[in-house]
Each structure stands twice: as structure tokens, then as C-alpha cells.
Design a protein around this ligand. Structure first.
Ligand code: FES
Ligand SMILES: [Fe+2]
Length: 479
């Protein structure tokens, strides 16, 4: 491969006295903090999986170059499992969902027998998209808007207007091309590869880790989408580390352990970060008291002051977890008593290659998706969904429709979006525009044309790029 794009696999010169990758932020670790919780976390959260992956720089041309981008299109976006929609987006026969990535468009269709199929969203007459736009739809068959060729929901050819003119169109040869689908956790995945690795293998540790987190029993409470002026990897990498909190989100330091986040990598497709809440940032010179930590994180009305009081022997984490366990249970009519304090209040974030981020925690229940737009390496569609528990004994609420936020608009315009949370996403997305422009600037000025990463806090970015390389070079992939 062109040297311009290549990450070296050689470790650096190890200029620190410690073995590279062994240094950690001074202060308590995630495991020490959650180990002291009144309701400790499940075993899946008490393990660590970090390995030093080298400290070579990452060339910025990988984020800007059309040649590298087209290799990603061919080797990643045509070969990997990608979350296309939630099952709840297509509950009835004839419901469909168009998923688009780069130049590709796939239509996912609920069948009459309740199974799901997916097809390339292009007419076999003269290529027109059967459904022109992304998102949800419904029809009893799949009919092209140009000349009306029509397919049954299972992809078999149903009707060709003026069939007398097409004696060469044999129905058996004009079945819509099928795309592989897989189901996990209420998500519908597609894979454009004609012989893909089974989804269950591809997911690696995810099914085991998420076994008790019930992602299938959640519904889409909020769905936001925004076009970002950056590469799909640039966008995603902003959410793989917590190192930027001190500079980008200083308001979070009174309540989140940012520098002592735990980072884990599993196989080629999965990584995790685990950040504790209800604690002081190790960066804070004047740590807040336990009561002040509660006050910073949860500003309640006077009726809950008593509930939010930290009593002797209690911690901010205990009080916050107890309060949120009750209020979330009331709000979502769900029994949350089985969840540990950590699952209630902490930020637990998994990344699934190439473009999905999932948060199984209950107070921050997001899912992200990052997709290249068309054939431009400098544009990405970033979506944020909030997945809440389906209320016990209640019908599943309808999934919230996607709200599109313009590039220069704040996420706070989205109805139902918390203003403080919107500010965090605004801070992140502002960085991304500057970073992508900075990449182009670096390339044109020809000085330092690579990113330098931290050995621990940015290991997920290195892990992610190593998997990008494996796909682009057609190397063996480990589930
Ligand atoms: S292009 Fe689809 S019917 Fe003609
Ligand atoms: Fe951020």
C-alpha cells in the first residue's frame, strides 16, 4: 500500500522510563471506584482488556485522500456488518427502511411471514432507486417510480408494464438482488458481501457482554442526525477517547472521572470505554465534596432535596444511583432493581466496527452511527439515538422520527433534547470541522502530516485504525 497511508506496526523508542502503555493517570482507577460501590457491577464490567498496540503516528491522508477513501468503500463498506435500522422501524409486512452509506442504498423489507429481507435499492429495468430517500416507508409491493416495474415484498418480479415488449425478461432472472441481513439486540444489520462472516461471529464479545442489558427491549425515544464536515473516521474517533474532556468539555470535570477512564479492546471489531460518574476528575485541583458532586450532577426540585442528601457513610455515587434508579424506574415504568450502581450512572460505551457506538447504561442510553455521505471523504452523517427501556406492561412506543440538525445549528433545537447535553455534542462537532480542516492544512503545508496518539487513552483509535488497515489490505479478521 502507498506509504502515505501506512501506519507502522513498529513500536516507538519508548522514551519514558515505564514500559510503553503501562502508565496510567494517578488517582483511583475505575475498578477501584466501582469495586467500592454498595451495589457492585456485574463481572463483565470488572475485567480489563488492554494491550499496547505501538506508538507510531497515524497519517492524516487516511482521512482526506479520495484514493484511500475508495479503498475503504470497496473493502470496508462492502464487507462489514452495519446496523441499518431497528426492528421496530419495520414492525408490519410491507414496512421498509432505506439505509444509505457512501454510494450504496439498501432497502430493508418486513416480509409477510414476519422475517426480514434486504435488497439493493435499484430497479432492474434502468436502475432507478425503488425508494428515493433514506428512512422509513410502507408499501404492499416494491414499485419503481419511473416505468412501474414492480416486485413482490420477497423480491420476486411481479409486474412489467407492456410485458409484450420484454420477452427477454424472464422472472427467474429478475429477482431483486438480495443483501445479507442479521439480527441482534433489536437491530437489523446488513452486509453487502455475498458471503459474509456470520453476524454472531462478527459481533465478538458483544452478545455475551450485552446478555443482561436487554437492547431488544428498548425503544427509540429520540433520533437526531447531522451532516458533519469531516471524514467518517475523524467523527467517530472523537467519541473513542475521553482525553479531550479537560479542554473541550471542562464543565464535565465536576462529576466525571475523565483521565482515569478504562479502555478495552476485544478482537478486531469491538472496543469499550468505561467512565465513572459521581466522582471528581483527577485533573481537579480542588475536588468537590460528595454532596457538591451530587448537587452538580442532579439539580432537583425542593421535593427531592432529602433524597439527594449524602448522609454519613454514603458516597455521591450511591446517592445518585439510588435517586436515578427510582426516577428512571418511575419514568419508564420499569423494574431497575437488578442493575448495579455503575450500570445506572456510569458511561459504558462499546464500539462495533465500522460505524456503531452503543451505550448500555441507563442514564446515558445512546447509540451512534457514522456514515460517509456519497463519495466525499470530507462529509459524514452522524446520528444519535436514545434507546429507553420499553415500559413494563405497556405497548412499545412508536420510534421517534429522525430530526435533521443543520451543520451550524445547535443540538438544543431538537425537541426533548437536554440543553446541557446538547452543548456537549455542539462542543464535539465544532472540533471536528477544525480537525478536518487542520488535516488538509497539514497536508498542504507539508510539515507534520500525521496524528500522534496517547498509548492508553487513545488506544481505541489505534485499534480502530488497525482494523481499517486489515480490511483495506484484505488481511485475516479476528471476531
Ligand atoms: S427504471 Fe425502473 S421501471 Fe424503468
Ligand atoms: Fe466529547
Amino acid at each position: 500500500m502507498n506509504k502515505l497511508f501506512t501506519m507502522s506496526t513498529m513500536p516507538g523508542d519508548g522514551t519514558t522510563s515505564l514500559v510503553s502503555g503501562e502508565a496510567r493517570c494517578p488517582g483511583p482507577s475505575v475498578q477501584e471506584i466501582v469495586g467500592a460501590d454498595a451495589n457492585p457491577p456485574p463481572s463483565i464490567l470488572t475485567t480489563q482488556s488492554y494491550e499496547f498496540l505501538g506508538d507510531s503516528d497515524i497519517p492524516v491522508a487516511r482521512y482526506t485522500d479520495p484514493e484511500f477513501f475508495s479503498r475503504e468503500m470497496e473493502h470496508i463498506w462492502c464487507k462489514t456488518w452495519q446496523w441499518a435500522c431497528r426492528e421496530e422501524h419495520i414492525p408490519e409486512a410491507g414496512d421498509n427502511y432505506v439505509y444509505e452509506v457512501g454510494p450504496y442504498s439498501i432497502i430493508v423489507v418486513r416480509q409477510r411471514d414476519e422475517t426480514i429481507k434486504a435488497f439493493v435499492n435499484s430497479c432492474l429495468h434502468r436502475g432507478t432507486k425503488l425508494r428515493p430517500t433514506e428512512g422509513e416507508g410502507h408499501s404492499n409491493d416494491l414499485r419503481c417510480p419511473y416505468h412501474g416495474w414492480t416486485w413482490n415484498l420477497d423480491g420476486s418480479l411481479k409486474k412489467v408494464p407492456c410485458a409484450w415488449d420484454f420477452p427477454h425478461v424472464v422472472p427467474e432472472k429478475f429477482h431483486l438482488p438480495e443483501v445479507a441481513i442479521g439480527l441482534w439486540g433489536g437491530f437489523v444489520f446488513i452486509n453487502l458481501d455475498t458471503d459474509p462472516m456470520p453476524l454472531q461471529d462478527y459481533l465478538g464479545v458483544l452478545p455475551e457482554h450485552f446478555r443482561d442489558w436487554g437492547m431488544a427491549d428498548r425503544y427509540v425515544e429520540l433520533h437526531m442526525a447531522k451532516e458533519l464536515p469531516c471524514n467518517w473516521k475523524t467523527a467517530q474517533e472523537a467519541f473513542l477517547e475521553s482525553y479531550h474532556v479537560i479542554e473541550t468539555h471542562p464543565q464535565l470535570m465536576t462529576g466525571v472521572g475523565d483521565a482515569n477512564v478504562q479502555y478495552d479492546c476485544y478482537g478486531d471489531h469491538v472496543s469499550r470505554f468505561y467512565a465513572v460518574g459521581g466522582v471528581n476528575s483527577p485533573h481537579l485541583e480542588k475536588p468537590l465534596s460528595e454532596q457538591d458532586l451530587v448537587n452538580m450532577m442532579l439539580v432537583g426540585d425542593r421535593s427531592v432535596l432529602d433524597e439527594l442528601t449524602v448522609r454519613p457513610g454514603e458516597t455521591a455515587r450511591l446517592v445518585m444511583a439510588r435517586f436515578l434508579r427510582r426516577t428512571l424506574a418511575d419514568k419508564y415504568l420499569a423494574d431497575l432493581s437488578r442493575f448495579s450502581d455503575s450500570e445506572i450512572i456510569d458511561t459504558i460505551e462499546y464500539h462495533l466496527f465500522p460505524n456503531m457506538i452503543l451505550f448500555p447504561g441507563l442514564s446515558l442510553p445512546m447509540v451512534y452511527r457514522f456514515r460517509p455521505i456519497g463519495l466525499d471523504p470530507n462529509r459524514t452523517l452522524f446520528e444519535i439515538l436514545f434507546l429507553r427501556p420499553v415500559p413494563d406492561c405497556k405497548k412499545r412506543p412508536e420510534p421517534a422520527p429522525a430530526v435533521y440538525v443543520k451543520e451550524n445549528e445547535s443540538y438544543s433545537i431538537v425537541p426533548g433534547m437536554d440543553v446541557a447535553f446538547a452543548m456537549v455534542y455542539d462542543q464535539d462537532t465544532n472540533n471536528l470541522r477544525s480537525q478536518q480542516q487542520g488535516f488538509l492544512n497539514a497536508l498542504h503545508s507539508g510539515r507534520k502530516v500525521a496524528q500522534t496518539l496517547g498509548n492508553y487513552q487513545e488506544v481505541r483509535i489505534r485499534h480502530f485504525n488497525a482494523t481499517v488497515d486489515k480490511y483495506v489490505k484484505d488481511e485475516k479478521i479476528e471476531p
